[in-house]
Ligand binder design. Structure first.
Ligand code: PBG
Length: 337
């Protein structure tokens, strides 16, 4: 067969030609920028495991969000870093909790930004798990007591958290706990309370990943015992991802998230092609931290690598990209225009 390699090459060498045949476009319109909100005043504290990312106190948020807006990024994803934690994660669903207050303030000052909230208990529980813990007494010769994450008992608290975010003004809620049945529980509580128009972006396909390491340091949410393999997915599986998606769609999820992104491009592609629904990919803390560390060492070109990574996530099929690189990438995309 005749293979027109020379003509292909010509389209690559000429910039205008290259643009004409370009298939994937990155745009700041598709980014969601995660922001960590901490308690206190006048705080803008760099997170050591995530250079260039900060903990902000509520009074410092406006300026940051204005900056995000000015770069053409339409949405933020809020995480709360509370001072106090307890067994039931009560700070998560406190109407005057840190995220609820932050949402109220942002929506008052900058109503046009889309505020998405992470709905989970892990930042608020003293044990660091995403749900309630049921302990079984140590038996006979057993040294340590057993525990399990109580899926069903957690649902009510997770739904309560989502409702409190919606009441504060959140435009969309994003449950990340991976309890079974949480989308249905959230959907019905929202609907029953006048928030049938509030969409749910579900962390449907969330792997039990080492790439969350820097986030857990940032959010102080490392489990104090055990790990999250009981409720997050095994990185070896992809068919299971489709079952998780089906389940969440069935329960009323509007946007499906795959997380992490870079090691799971095949999953993004599969979810997008099998379901053809809006797909979000979370380019997580570990992916960001690796790029930052290597570029601070001068080993890689941060701008090129970042844009290449984000392009690959888009090319795989993500409509939305949640990324700590959002502000930098938006700047670079603007410069390159
Ligand atoms: C849980 C949550 C996590 C992340 C987002 N939401 C951590 C986890 O499941 O341990 C990770 C985000 C990242 O690594 O950037 N509330």
């Amino acid at each position: 067969m005749y293979f027109p390699i020379s003509r292909l090459r010509r389209t690559r060498q000429n910039e205008n030609f290259r643009k004409m045949v370009k298939e994937t476009y990155l745009s700041a319109d598709k980014f969601i920028f995660p922001i960590f909100v901490a308690e206190g005043n006048k705080i803008k504290r760099e997170i050591s495991s995530l250079p260039g990312q900060y903990h902000f106190s509520i009074d410092m948020l406006n300026k940051e969000v204005e900056g995000v807006r000015a770069l053409g990024i339409p949405a933020i994803l809020l995480f709360g870093i509370p001072d106090k934690k307890d067994d039931t994660g009560s700070g998560a669903y406190d109407n005057n909790g840190i995220v609820q207050e932050a949402v109220r303030l942002i929506k008052k000052k900058i109503p046009e930004i889309i505020v998405v909230t992470d709905v989970c208990l892990c930042e608020y529980t003293s044990h660091g798990h995403c749900g309630l813990i049921r302990r079984h007494k140590a038996e006979g010769g057993k040294q340590r007591e057993n525990y399990e994450v109580d899926n069903d008992a957690s649902l009510e608290l997770i739904a309560k958290t989502a409702l409190s975010h919606a009441e504060a003004g959140a435009d969309m809620v994003a449950p990340s706990d991976m309890m079974d049945g949480r989308i249905g529980a959230i959907r019905s509580v929202l609907d029953d309370n006048g928030f049938s128009g509030t969409p749910v972006m579900s962390y449907s396909v969330k792997y039990a990943s080492a790439f969350y390491g820097p986030f857990r340091e940032a959010a102080h949410s490392t489990p104090q015992f055990g790990d999250r393999r009981g409720y997050q997915m095994d990185p070896s599986n992809s068919q299971e991802a489709l079952r998780e998606v089906m389940q969440d769609l069935d329960e009323g999820a509007d946007i499906i998230m795959v997380k992490p992104a870079l090691s799971y491009l095949d999953i993004i592609k599969k979810v997008k092609s099998d379901f053809d629904i809006p797909v979000a990919a979370y380019n997580v803390s570990g992916e960001y931290a690796m790029v930052k560390a290597a570029s601070m060492k001068g080993w890689i070109d941060e701008k090129k690598i970042t844009l290449e990574i984000l392009t690959s996530i888009k090319r795989a099929g993500a409509d939305i990209i949640i990324t700590y690189h959002a502000k930098d990438a938006a700047k670079w995309l603007r410069e390159d225009k």
